[in-house]
Design a protein. Sequence first.
Length: 469
Amino acid sequence: MGRVLLLGLDGSSLNIIQPLIEKFNLKNLKQVIVGGLSGPLESVIPYVTPPGWASVFSGVNPGKHGCFDIFNFNGLGTHVTNMRESKVQFLWDYLSKAGFKVVVLGMPFTHPAAEVNGVFVTGYPAPISAYPKELKSRMKREGYTTDIPKMGDENGLSRERWVEKVVTLASARAEISLKIMDEEKWDAFILIENITDMTQHLVMEDQELLGKVYAEIDSLVGRLLGRMMDDDIMMITSDHGGRSSTRSFVLNQWLWENGYLTPKESIMKGLFKRASTGLDEFLGNRAVKRSLSGTVRSLTKPLVSFLAPFIVSSLFDKSTKAFSIGTNESVAWVKLLPDDEVEKERVKQEIKNGLKMLKTEDGNPVFKSVTEPSEVYHGPRVEDAPGDIIVESDGGLLITNWGASDKGFFTSPPPAREGIHSPTGVFIAYGKTVSPGKVSAHVCDITPTILHTLGIPIPSGLDGKVIKI
Protein backbone atom coordinates (compact mmCIF):
# COMPACT_ATOMS: atom_id res chain seq x y z
CA MET A 1 0.00 0.00 0.00
CA GLY A 2 1.33 3.39 -0.98
CA ARG A 3 1.17 6.74 0.75
CA VAL A 4 -1.11 9.72 0.11
CA LEU A 5 0.25 13.19 -0.55
CA LEU A 6 -2.32 16.01 -0.56
CA LEU A 7 -1.55 19.54 -1.74
CA GLY A 8 -4.32 21.98 -0.85
CA LEU A 9 -4.50 25.09 -3.02
CA ASP A 10 -6.82 27.61 -1.40
CA GLY A 11 -9.34 29.05 -3.88
CA SER A 12 -7.90 27.32 -6.93
CA SER A 13 -10.05 26.02 -9.78
CA LEU A 14 -9.62 24.67 -13.29
CA ASN A 15 -11.00 27.83 -14.93
CA ILE A 16 -7.97 29.65 -13.46
CA ILE A 17 -5.33 26.92 -13.77
CA GLN A 18 -5.90 25.75 -17.36
CA PRO A 19 -5.38 29.08 -19.19
CA LEU A 20 -2.19 29.64 -17.18
CA ILE A 21 -0.77 26.19 -17.97
CA GLU A 22 -0.28 26.93 -21.65
CA LYS A 23 0.61 30.60 -21.32
CA PHE A 24 3.32 30.06 -18.71
CA ASN A 25 4.36 26.47 -19.53
CA LEU A 26 3.30 25.04 -16.17
CA LYS A 27 4.51 21.57 -17.11
CA ASN A 28 4.02 19.88 -13.73
CA LEU A 29 0.43 20.99 -13.33
CA LYS A 30 -0.18 19.91 -16.93
CA GLN A 31 1.36 16.51 -16.18
CA VAL A 32 -0.92 15.75 -13.23
CA ILE A 33 -4.06 16.97 -14.99
CA VAL A 34 -3.45 15.24 -18.32
CA GLY A 35 -1.95 12.11 -16.79
CA GLY A 36 -4.29 11.86 -13.81
CA LEU A 37 -7.90 11.98 -12.75
CA SER A 38 -9.23 15.53 -12.57
CA GLY A 39 -12.35 17.65 -12.53
CA PRO A 40 -14.49 20.15 -10.67
CA LEU A 41 -14.88 19.95 -6.89
CA GLU A 42 -18.15 21.29 -5.48
CA SER A 43 -17.78 23.25 -2.25
CA VAL A 44 -20.21 23.91 0.59
CA ILE A 45 -22.23 27.08 1.19
CA PRO A 46 -20.85 29.59 1.86
CA TYR A 47 -17.80 28.82 -0.24
CA VAL A 48 -15.21 30.43 1.99
CA THR A 49 -12.10 28.96 3.59
CA PRO A 50 -13.15 27.70 7.06
CA PRO A 51 -16.27 25.71 6.07
CA GLY A 52 -14.54 24.58 2.88
CA TRP A 53 -11.46 23.05 4.51
CA ALA A 54 -13.48 21.83 7.50
CA SER A 55 -15.65 19.82 5.07
CA VAL A 56 -12.63 18.59 3.09
CA PHE A 57 -10.97 17.18 6.19
CA SER A 58 -14.04 15.99 8.11
CA GLY A 59 -16.15 14.58 5.29
CA VAL A 60 -19.27 16.29 6.67
CA ASN A 61 -21.29 19.42 5.95
CA PRO A 62 -21.32 22.57 8.13
CA GLY A 63 -24.53 21.37 9.79
CA LYS A 64 -22.36 18.74 11.47
CA HIS A 65 -18.95 20.37 11.92
CA GLY A 66 -20.34 23.82 12.82
CA CYS A 67 -17.88 25.97 10.82
CA PHE A 68 -20.21 28.22 8.81
CA ASP A 69 -18.15 31.24 7.79
CA ILE A 70 -14.91 33.10 8.45
CA PHE A 71 -16.57 34.40 11.59
CA ASN A 72 -18.74 32.40 13.95
CA PHE A 73 -21.68 34.62 14.83
CA ASN A 74 -22.93 33.19 18.11
CA GLY A 75 -26.24 34.88 18.78
CA LEU A 76 -25.23 38.50 18.18
CA GLY A 77 -21.62 37.93 19.23
CA THR A 78 -18.80 37.05 16.87
CA HIS A 79 -15.31 35.55 16.82
CA VAL A 80 -13.05 34.09 14.17
CA THR A 81 -13.86 30.50 13.22
CA ASN A 82 -11.50 27.92 14.67
CA MET A 83 -11.69 24.36 13.37
CA ARG A 84 -10.34 23.11 16.70
CA GLU A 85 -13.64 24.12 18.31
CA SER A 86 -15.56 21.63 16.17
CA LYS A 87 -16.77 18.46 17.89
CA VAL A 88 -16.28 16.23 14.84
CA GLN A 89 -13.29 14.07 14.00
CA PHE A 90 -10.95 15.20 11.24
CA LEU A 91 -8.86 13.17 8.81
CA TRP A 92 -5.74 13.46 10.96
CA ASP A 93 -7.71 12.15 13.96
CA TYR A 94 -8.87 9.08 12.04
CA LEU A 95 -5.36 8.42 10.70
CA SER A 96 -3.66 8.89 14.06
CA LYS A 97 -6.08 6.57 15.85
CA ALA A 98 -5.51 3.92 13.17
CA GLY A 99 -1.76 4.08 13.80
CA PHE A 100 -0.86 5.94 10.60
CA LYS A 101 1.83 8.62 10.65
CA VAL A 102 0.68 12.03 9.43
CA VAL A 103 2.31 15.34 8.56
CA VAL A 104 -0.06 18.33 8.33
CA LEU A 105 1.43 21.71 7.41
CA GLY A 106 -0.30 25.08 6.98
CA MET A 107 -3.80 24.12 8.16
CA PRO A 108 -5.77 27.40 8.15
CA PHE A 109 -8.22 28.60 10.79
CA THR A 110 -6.85 26.09 13.28
CA HIS A 111 -5.28 26.87 16.66
CA PRO A 112 -3.60 25.41 18.62
CA ALA A 113 -1.97 22.63 16.61
CA ALA A 114 -3.71 19.26 16.84
CA GLU A 115 -1.84 16.54 18.72
CA VAL A 116 -1.41 13.89 16.04
CA ASN A 117 0.64 10.79 15.40
CA GLY A 118 3.26 12.85 13.62
CA VAL A 119 3.56 16.58 12.88
CA PHE A 120 0.99 19.38 12.73
CA VAL A 121 1.64 23.08 11.98
CA THR A 122 -1.12 25.69 11.77
CA GLY A 123 -1.57 28.16 8.93
CA TYR A 124 -3.20 31.50 8.14
CA PRO A 125 -4.56 33.49 9.93
CA ALA A 126 -3.54 32.05 13.31
CA PRO A 127 -0.17 32.60 14.98
CA ILE A 128 2.13 29.66 14.31
CA SER A 129 1.43 26.70 16.55
CA ALA A 130 3.13 23.34 16.14
CA TYR A 131 3.05 19.78 17.38
CA PRO A 132 5.48 18.69 18.69
CA LYS A 133 5.77 22.09 20.39
CA GLU A 134 9.55 22.33 19.88
CA LEU A 135 8.98 22.49 16.11
CA LYS A 136 7.56 26.00 16.39
CA SER A 137 10.94 27.68 16.97
CA ARG A 138 12.47 25.87 14.01
CA MET A 139 9.61 26.88 11.71
CA LYS A 140 10.07 30.54 12.62
CA ARG A 141 13.85 30.33 12.39
CA GLU A 142 13.72 28.90 8.88
CA GLY A 143 11.29 31.51 7.56
CA TYR A 144 7.88 29.86 7.89
CA THR A 145 5.31 32.62 8.33
CA THR A 146 1.57 33.06 7.82
CA ASP A 147 1.81 36.87 7.77
CA ILE A 148 0.50 38.70 4.71
CA PRO A 149 2.39 41.79 3.49
CA LYS A 150 0.42 44.98 3.03
CA MET A 151 -0.45 46.23 -0.44
CA GLY A 152 -1.65 49.70 -1.34
CA ASP A 153 -1.44 53.15 0.33
CA GLU A 154 1.73 54.89 1.45
CA ASN A 155 2.80 52.08 3.79
CA GLY A 156 2.10 49.23 1.40
CA LEU A 157 3.69 47.62 -1.64
CA SER A 158 2.83 48.03 -5.31
CA ARG A 159 0.97 45.15 -6.94
CA GLU A 160 4.16 43.89 -8.57
CA ARG A 161 6.27 44.09 -5.41
CA TRP A 162 3.46 42.57 -3.37
CA VAL A 163 3.30 39.51 -5.63
CA GLU A 164 7.10 39.18 -5.48
CA LYS A 165 6.91 39.27 -1.69
CA VAL A 166 4.14 36.68 -1.31
CA VAL A 167 5.90 34.38 -3.78
CA THR A 168 9.10 34.69 -1.74
CA LEU A 169 7.19 33.84 1.44
CA ALA A 170 5.52 30.87 -0.25
CA SER A 171 8.90 29.66 -1.47
CA ALA A 172 10.25 29.79 2.08
CA ARG A 173 7.23 27.81 3.33
CA ALA A 174 7.84 25.23 0.60
CA GLU A 175 11.50 24.81 1.58
CA ILE A 176 10.83 24.04 5.22
CA SER A 177 7.81 21.90 4.32
CA LEU A 178 9.88 19.75 1.96
CA LYS A 179 12.60 19.38 4.58
CA ILE A 180 10.05 18.05 7.06
CA MET A 181 8.62 15.80 4.35
CA ASP A 182 12.07 14.31 3.80
CA GLU A 183 12.88 13.97 7.49
CA GLU A 184 9.63 12.47 8.77
CA LYS A 185 8.20 9.03 8.20
CA TRP A 186 4.63 9.50 6.99
CA ASP A 187 1.67 7.68 5.48
CA ALA A 188 -0.25 10.87 4.72
CA PHE A 189 1.37 14.22 3.96
CA ILE A 190 -0.91 17.27 3.82
CA LEU A 191 0.32 20.72 2.77
CA ILE A 192 -1.99 23.72 2.42
CA GLU A 193 -0.91 26.85 0.52
CA ASN A 194 -3.07 29.98 0.53
CA ILE A 195 -1.01 32.16 -1.84
CA THR A 196 -3.43 31.24 -4.63
CA ASP A 197 -6.54 32.65 -2.97
CA MET A 198 -4.73 35.73 -1.64
CA THR A 199 -3.47 36.78 -5.05
CA GLN A 200 -6.68 35.95 -6.89
CA HIS A 201 -8.54 38.37 -4.66
CA LEU A 202 -6.13 41.18 -5.47
CA VAL A 203 -4.80 40.60 -9.01
CA MET A 204 -7.28 38.25 -10.70
CA GLU A 205 -7.35 40.34 -13.88
CA ASP A 206 -3.56 40.49 -14.25
CA GLN A 207 -2.49 37.26 -15.96
CA GLU A 208 1.21 38.11 -15.72
CA LEU A 209 1.13 38.49 -11.94
CA LEU A 210 -1.16 35.50 -11.47
CA GLY A 211 1.19 33.49 -13.67
CA LYS A 212 4.10 34.21 -11.31
CA VAL A 213 2.10 32.80 -8.42
CA TYR A 214 1.13 29.65 -10.27
CA ALA A 215 4.70 29.22 -11.51
CA GLU A 216 5.69 28.91 -7.85
CA ILE A 217 2.90 26.37 -7.33
CA ASP A 218 4.03 24.48 -10.44
CA SER A 219 7.56 24.32 -9.07
CA LEU A 220 6.25 22.95 -5.77
CA VAL A 221 4.19 20.31 -7.59
CA GLY A 222 7.31 19.25 -9.49
CA ARG A 223 9.33 18.88 -6.29
CA LEU A 224 6.55 16.85 -4.70
CA LEU A 225 6.35 14.60 -7.76
CA GLY A 226 10.07 13.96 -7.43
CA ARG A 227 9.53 12.60 -3.93
CA MET A 228 6.75 10.14 -4.81
CA MET A 229 7.33 6.39 -4.60
CA ASP A 230 5.80 3.94 -7.06
CA ASP A 231 2.59 3.27 -5.13
CA ASP A 232 2.07 6.82 -3.83
CA ILE A 233 -0.92 8.91 -4.86
CA MET A 234 -0.86 12.68 -5.09
CA MET A 235 -4.08 14.61 -4.66
CA ILE A 236 -4.50 18.31 -5.34
CA THR A 237 -7.66 19.84 -3.96
CA SER A 238 -9.10 23.20 -3.04
CA ASP A 239 -11.68 24.45 -0.56
CA HIS A 240 -13.54 26.50 -3.20
CA GLY A 241 -12.85 28.10 -6.56
CA GLY A 242 -12.25 31.61 -7.82
CA ARG A 243 -13.65 33.98 -10.47
CA SER A 244 -13.54 37.64 -11.40
CA SER A 245 -15.86 40.01 -9.57
CA THR A 246 -18.15 42.19 -11.66
CA ARG A 247 -19.95 44.44 -9.20
CA SER A 248 -21.36 44.49 -5.67
CA PHE A 249 -24.86 44.38 -4.24
CA VAL A 250 -25.18 46.21 -0.90
CA LEU A 251 -27.60 44.02 1.02
CA ASN A 252 -28.00 46.22 4.09
CA GLN A 253 -28.86 49.10 1.76
CA TRP A 254 -31.69 47.03 0.31
CA LEU A 255 -32.91 46.09 3.78
CA TRP A 256 -32.79 49.75 4.78
CA GLU A 257 -34.72 51.05 1.80
CA ASN A 258 -37.36 48.32 2.18
CA GLY A 259 -38.03 49.16 5.81
CA TYR A 260 -36.35 46.22 7.55
CA LEU A 261 -33.31 48.10 8.80
CA THR A 262 -33.28 51.59 10.30
CA PRO A 263 -29.85 53.21 10.73
CA LYS A 264 -29.33 55.88 13.33
CA GLU A 265 -28.99 59.25 11.65
CA SER A 266 -25.72 60.28 13.28
CA ILE A 267 -23.71 57.18 12.43
CA MET A 268 -25.09 54.86 9.80
CA LYS A 269 -25.97 57.10 6.87
CA GLY A 270 -22.38 58.17 6.41
CA LEU A 271 -21.28 54.54 6.54
CA PHE A 272 -23.75 53.51 3.83
CA LYS A 273 -22.90 56.43 1.55
CA ARG A 274 -19.16 55.87 1.30
CA ALA A 275 -17.52 52.98 -0.49
CA SER A 276 -16.00 50.56 2.00
CA THR A 277 -14.18 47.26 2.12
CA GLY A 278 -16.71 46.26 4.72
CA LEU A 279 -17.07 46.43 8.45
CA ASP A 280 -16.64 42.67 8.40
CA GLU A 281 -13.11 43.00 7.05
CA PHE A 282 -12.37 45.75 9.58
CA LEU A 283 -13.32 43.35 12.36
CA GLY A 284 -11.20 40.65 10.79
CA ASN A 285 -8.07 42.74 10.46
CA ARG A 286 -8.23 43.77 14.09
CA ALA A 287 -9.46 40.61 15.72
CA VAL A 288 -8.44 37.63 13.65
CA LYS A 289 -5.12 36.69 15.22
CA ARG A 290 -6.10 37.49 18.77
CA SER A 291 -9.35 35.55 18.59
CA LEU A 292 -7.52 32.44 17.39
CA SER A 293 -4.64 32.68 19.82
CA GLY A 294 -5.01 30.30 22.73
CA THR A 295 -2.79 32.38 24.99
CA VAL A 296 -4.85 35.57 24.87
CA ARG A 297 -8.24 34.40 23.72
CA SER A 298 -9.73 34.37 27.22
CA LEU A 299 -9.07 38.10 27.38
CA THR A 300 -10.10 39.11 23.88
CA LYS A 301 -13.15 36.96 23.20
CA PRO A 302 -15.45 39.10 25.37
CA LEU A 303 -14.25 42.19 23.50
CA VAL A 304 -14.70 40.65 20.08
CA SER A 305 -18.10 39.22 21.03
CA PHE A 306 -19.10 42.69 22.14
CA LEU A 307 -18.79 44.15 18.65
CA ALA A 308 -21.86 42.65 16.95
CA PRO A 309 -24.45 43.65 19.57
CA PHE A 310 -22.83 47.10 19.52
CA ILE A 311 -23.68 47.28 15.82
CA VAL A 312 -27.33 46.64 16.60
CA SER A 313 -27.73 48.67 19.78
CA SER A 314 -25.65 51.70 18.83
CA LEU A 315 -25.91 51.85 15.05
CA PHE A 316 -29.34 50.44 14.26
CA ASP A 317 -32.60 51.86 15.56
CA LYS A 318 -34.78 49.66 17.79
CA SER A 319 -37.25 49.28 14.92
CA THR A 320 -34.69 47.28 12.91
CA LYS A 321 -36.02 43.84 12.01
CA ALA A 322 -33.08 42.42 10.06
CA PHE A 323 -29.50 43.11 9.00
CA SER A 324 -26.96 41.30 6.83
CA ILE A 325 -23.66 39.85 7.92
CA GLY A 326 -20.94 38.10 5.97
CA THR A 327 -17.44 38.46 4.56
CA ASN A 328 -17.85 40.28 1.24
CA GLU A 329 -18.19 37.22 -0.95
CA SER A 330 -20.87 35.57 -3.08
CA VAL A 331 -22.90 34.46 -0.07
CA ALA A 332 -24.31 36.54 2.79
CA TRP A 333 -26.52 35.93 5.80
CA VAL A 334 -29.58 37.86 6.91
CA LYS A 335 -30.09 37.89 10.67
CA LEU A 336 -33.66 38.42 11.89
CA LEU A 337 -34.28 40.26 15.15
CA PRO A 338 -37.98 39.91 16.10
CA ASP A 339 -38.48 37.88 19.29
CA ASP A 340 -42.04 36.94 18.38
CA GLU A 341 -41.88 33.77 16.25
CA VAL A 342 -44.95 34.65 14.17
CA GLU A 343 -43.55 38.11 13.35
CA LYS A 344 -40.13 36.63 12.67
CA GLU A 345 -41.57 34.14 10.17
CA ARG A 346 -43.58 36.87 8.45
CA VAL A 347 -40.51 39.10 8.07
CA LYS A 348 -38.44 36.16 6.85
CA GLN A 349 -40.87 35.26 4.09
CA GLU A 350 -41.23 38.91 3.03
CA ILE A 351 -37.48 39.34 2.72
CA LYS A 352 -37.02 36.03 0.90
CA ASN A 353 -39.76 36.85 -1.59
CA GLY A 354 -38.46 40.38 -2.10
CA LEU A 355 -34.91 39.22 -2.81
CA LYS A 356 -36.11 36.46 -5.16
CA MET A 357 -38.08 39.02 -7.20
CA LEU A 358 -35.09 41.30 -7.83
CA LYS A 359 -34.00 41.36 -11.49
CA THR A 360 -30.91 42.57 -13.30
CA GLU A 361 -31.09 45.02 -16.22
CA ASP A 362 -31.49 42.09 -18.65
CA GLY A 363 -34.33 40.53 -16.66
CA ASN A 364 -32.45 37.73 -14.92
CA PRO A 365 -32.69 37.10 -11.16
CA VAL A 366 -30.07 39.02 -9.17
CA PHE A 367 -29.54 36.07 -6.83
CA LYS A 368 -28.91 32.42 -7.60
CA SER A 369 -30.74 31.28 -4.46
CA VAL A 370 -32.43 32.65 -1.35
CA THR A 371 -32.78 29.84 1.18
CA GLU A 372 -32.77 28.95 4.87
CA PRO A 373 -30.17 26.93 6.81
CA SER A 374 -32.53 23.95 7.16
CA GLU A 375 -32.74 23.75 3.36
CA VAL A 376 -28.96 23.71 2.90
CA TYR A 377 -27.54 21.82 5.89
CA HIS A 378 -28.32 18.77 7.98
CA GLY A 379 -26.96 17.76 11.33
CA PRO A 380 -26.91 18.79 15.00
CA ARG A 381 -25.28 22.20 14.36
CA VAL A 382 -27.82 23.60 11.87
CA GLU A 383 -29.27 25.90 14.51
CA ASP A 384 -25.80 27.43 14.98
CA ALA A 385 -25.89 28.91 11.48
CA PRO A 386 -25.15 32.65 11.75
CA GLY A 387 -28.27 33.84 9.95
CA ASP A 388 -31.88 32.97 9.25
CA ILE A 389 -31.67 33.54 5.49
CA ILE A 390 -28.83 32.56 3.11
CA VAL A 391 -28.45 34.77 0.04
CA GLU A 392 -26.27 33.43 -2.80
CA SER A 393 -25.30 35.34 -5.93
CA ASP A 394 -23.95 34.15 -9.26
CA GLY A 395 -21.86 35.39 -12.16
CA GLY A 396 -19.26 37.34 -10.19
CA LEU A 397 -21.69 39.45 -8.14
CA LEU A 398 -20.27 40.17 -4.72
CA ILE A 399 -22.69 40.64 -1.83
CA THR A 400 -21.36 43.28 0.51
CA ASN A 401 -22.90 44.69 3.66
CA TRP A 402 -21.63 48.26 3.83
CA GLY A 403 -21.04 51.12 1.43
CA ALA A 404 -23.21 52.16 -1.50
CA SER A 405 -23.20 54.35 -4.59
CA ASP A 406 -25.75 56.55 -6.29
CA LYS A 407 -26.80 53.61 -8.47
CA GLY A 408 -29.21 52.05 -6.01
CA PHE A 409 -28.05 48.82 -4.45
CA PHE A 410 -25.22 48.12 -6.90
CA THR A 411 -21.70 49.45 -6.69
CA SER A 412 -18.18 48.58 -7.80
CA PRO A 413 -16.38 45.78 -5.92
CA PRO A 414 -14.02 46.89 -3.13
CA PRO A 415 -10.32 47.14 -4.13
CA ALA A 416 -9.50 43.92 -2.28
CA ARG A 417 -12.03 41.95 -4.32
CA GLU A 418 -10.81 41.94 -7.92
CA GLY A 419 -11.45 38.23 -7.64
CA ILE A 420 -14.03 36.47 -5.50
CA HIS A 421 -14.85 32.90 -4.59
CA SER A 422 -16.84 30.48 -6.72
CA PRO A 423 -18.57 27.26 -5.60
CA THR A 424 -16.44 25.04 -7.83
CA GLY A 425 -12.86 24.19 -6.89
CA VAL A 426 -10.48 21.56 -8.28
CA PHE A 427 -9.71 17.90 -7.63
CA ILE A 428 -6.73 16.07 -9.13
CA ALA A 429 -5.45 12.58 -8.36
CA TYR A 430 -2.17 11.39 -9.86
CA GLY A 431 0.02 8.33 -9.54
CA LYS A 432 1.05 5.14 -11.30
CA THR A 433 -2.03 3.37 -9.94
CA VAL A 434 -4.43 6.16 -11.01
CA SER A 435 -6.19 5.83 -14.36
CA PRO A 436 -6.39 9.13 -16.29
CA GLY A 437 -9.87 10.53 -16.74
CA LYS A 438 -12.43 13.10 -15.66
CA VAL A 439 -14.47 13.17 -12.48
CA SER A 440 -16.83 15.44 -10.58
CA ALA A 441 -16.56 15.39 -6.80
CA HIS A 442 -17.56 17.20 -3.61
CA VAL A 443 -15.34 18.57 -0.85
CA CYS A 444 -16.90 16.06 1.56
CA ASP A 445 -15.57 13.23 -0.64
CA ILE A 446 -11.89 13.87 0.10
CA THR A 447 -11.68 12.39 3.61
CA PRO A 448 -13.52 9.13 2.82
CA THR A 449 -11.43 8.77 -0.35
CA ILE A 450 -8.14 9.09 1.54
CA LEU A 451 -9.31 6.72 4.29
CA HIS A 452 -10.35 4.17 1.66
CA THR A 453 -7.07 4.56 -0.21
CA LEU A 454 -5.14 3.77 2.97
CA GLY A 455 -7.35 0.81 3.81
CA ILE A 456 -9.11 2.40 6.79
CA PRO A 457 -12.84 1.62 7.25
CA ILE A 458 -15.10 4.59 6.48
CA PRO A 459 -16.74 5.89 9.69
CA SER A 460 -20.52 6.07 9.75
CA GLY A 461 -22.09 9.50 9.47
CA LEU A 462 -19.81 10.95 6.79
CA ASP A 463 -21.60 12.90 4.05
CA GLY A 464 -19.01 12.26 1.36
CA LYS A 465 -18.48 9.24 -0.84
CA VAL A 466 -15.32 7.50 -2.05
CA ILE A 467 -13.99 8.85 -5.34
CA LYS A 468 -12.97 5.95 -7.57
CA ILE A 469 -9.33 6.61 -8.35
